[in-house]
Ligand binder design. Structure first.
Ligand code: 87F
Length: 455
């Protein structure tokens, strides 16, 4: 029998090694045979699909549409907004040869799509009737990392969504940036069970092409914060550089106000770090590819068919009721071996079915997060498993929130408020504003209020 993969590094003492072991051994991902790149294996891609589905539904509800733009970006486009581009040149990968010909102008492999999208916006936007224009793109991104590869966290290619919108007024762009922030926060907290702090980046840290950048950050177990997503109000910086003008209701020409925002497959790394333990992954039920794994346990051949049939019944019932379940009926592995493997893979609930359970019309359910085991009578199968899954989801979020709150002191918050920190935060829904949006017009106060309550 194959040796069970085991995590040998401890999360508390060898965090980085622990992370890599969990990612590889749970079969979320693997290193690719190309430097700096990774393979998103089925198990992690299924999680990315759940993030996509959730976010896609939310943005469609709020009037956004998906589109797709080229992966090649001519250098001259990137040079148009010179200020934003300066710092990023070393991170670009370039195509300089096509077939056998050296290109006249090199092409960047999409590091972000503002420049190509805004080139098209200039063509498409004519009048106030064309606004707002709210597009989103799901795609891959290339940034030429030189530091050590970390699956999901630092790779030369990754997957993301990037939203790009154009509006008639700065207020509309503010509302858009905030609306997306709210969707992101809900996704992170309700789906991934990761509490986030929302805040505005300092002038130094914001995206250079932006009026302001709002960020969602989570605290990792090693004490470092991880940027989980960003939403920018790009003001008129890009519309001026790309000459995106519209004729207003006043029949005059105006530059549009744009926003851009993104979340990436880095979120999958955050799930591993925040919830995992020394046995491996611990997945929040709402993101887990399988919410329940059924393990048939039989000691004699004669028990086999009865138990396997029961396992199939249980699996069908759960799946028909919206709980994704799978049966591990492999004959070549012992139940104990399977327990370890599915713990390593972080499945929220394990359902054991043995001869005694059959006799009593019940199954045994074991929670991955607390190791608690309970007997579940068949009559209450669906409702009880549903309750357990909800309890796991809630517990993972509470645990992470307690950790965050225990590690952000009131003193630290005050320090942040005084502005000595680089970042500003929203703490428990309250934004701690330190750096003001730099706009000196009378709209400022109204705009400022927007930041005051991000729930
Ligand atoms: C690397 C190379 C070239 C980040 C880069 O945050 C350009 C860039 O513009 C670049 N790295 N950025 C900023 C990205 C801004 C913005 N784009 C849409 C986002 C979210 C999604």
């Amino acid at each position: 029998m194959a040796k069970a993969a085991k995590i040998t590094a401890k999360k508390s003492t060898h965090f980085s090694e622990w992370y890599t072991q969990v990612v590889l051994r749970s079969e979320l991902a693997d290193y690719a045979p190309v430097k700096g790149c990774m393979v998103f294996r089925e198990y992690s891609y299924a999680m990315w699909e759940k993030i996509q589905k959730y976010f896609d539904e939310q943005i469609k509800k709020t009037g956004h549409k998906n589109a797709y733009f080229p992966v090649f970006i001519p250098e001259k486009f990137l040079k148009k907004e010179a200020e934003h581009f300066k710092g990023f040149v070393p991170e670009c990968a370039w195509v300089t040869v096509g077939g056998e010909r050296t290109l006249k102008e090199r092409l960047a492999v999409r590091p972000t799509s503002e420049t190509i999208i805004y080139t098209m916006f200039r063509k498409w936007i004519r009048s106030w009737r064309d606004l707002p224009l709210k597009l989103n793109q799901w795609c891959n991104i290339v940034r030429w990392e030189t530091r050590a590869t970390k699956p999901f966290l630092r790779t030369r290619e990754f997957l993301w969504q990037e939203g790009h919108t154009a509006h008639a007024t700065v207020e509309d762009a503010d509302t858009e940036a905030m609306e997306i922030l709210r969707i992101y926060k809900n996704l992170m907290e309700n789906l991934l069970a990761i509490p986030v702090l929302v805040g505005k980046k300092s002038e130094l840290e914001k995206f250079a092409g932006a009026l302001y950048t709002v960020t969602l950050e989570a605290l990792m177990p090693d004490g470092k914060t991880l940027q989980m997503g960003t939403s920018h109000n790009l003001g008129q910086n890009f519309s001026k550089a790309f000459k995106i003008q519209f004729i207003g209701e006043d029949e005059k020409d105006h530059y549009v106000w744009t926003t851009s925002w993104g979340i990436s497959t880095r979120l999958l790394g955050a799930i591993v770090m925040v919830h995992g333990d020394d046995k491996g992954l611990v997945l929040p039920p709402r993101i887990a590819p399988y919410q329940a794994v059924i393990i048939p346990i039989f000691y004699k051949e004669v028990e086999r068919d009865t138990i396997l049939n029961k396992a199939r019944d249980v699996s069908d019932t759960l799946n028909q009721n919206g709980i994704s379940a799978t049966i591990d009926d492999r004959m070549e592995y012992t139940p104990g071996w399977k327990f370890n493997e599915w713990e390593l893979k972080g499945v929220p609930v394990r359902i054991e079915i043995g001869p005694k359970d059959i006799k009593h019309n019940r199954v045994v359910a074991a929670r991955r997060d607390t190791s608690e085991r309970v007997e579940v009578t068949e009559d209450h199968l669906v409702s009880t498993i549903r309750e357990i899954l909800n309890a796991v989801q809630d517990n993972l979020f509470s645990r992470a929130r307690e950790f965050l709150e225990a590690n952000i002191t009131a003193e630290e918050l005050r320090r942040i408020q005084k502005g000595s920190e680089k970042k500003t935060w929203v703490h428990q829904g309250q934004l701690v504003l330190t750096h003001e949006v730099r706009r000196k017009d009378k709209r400022r106060d109204r705009r400022r209020n927007l930041f005051d309550s991000i729930k």
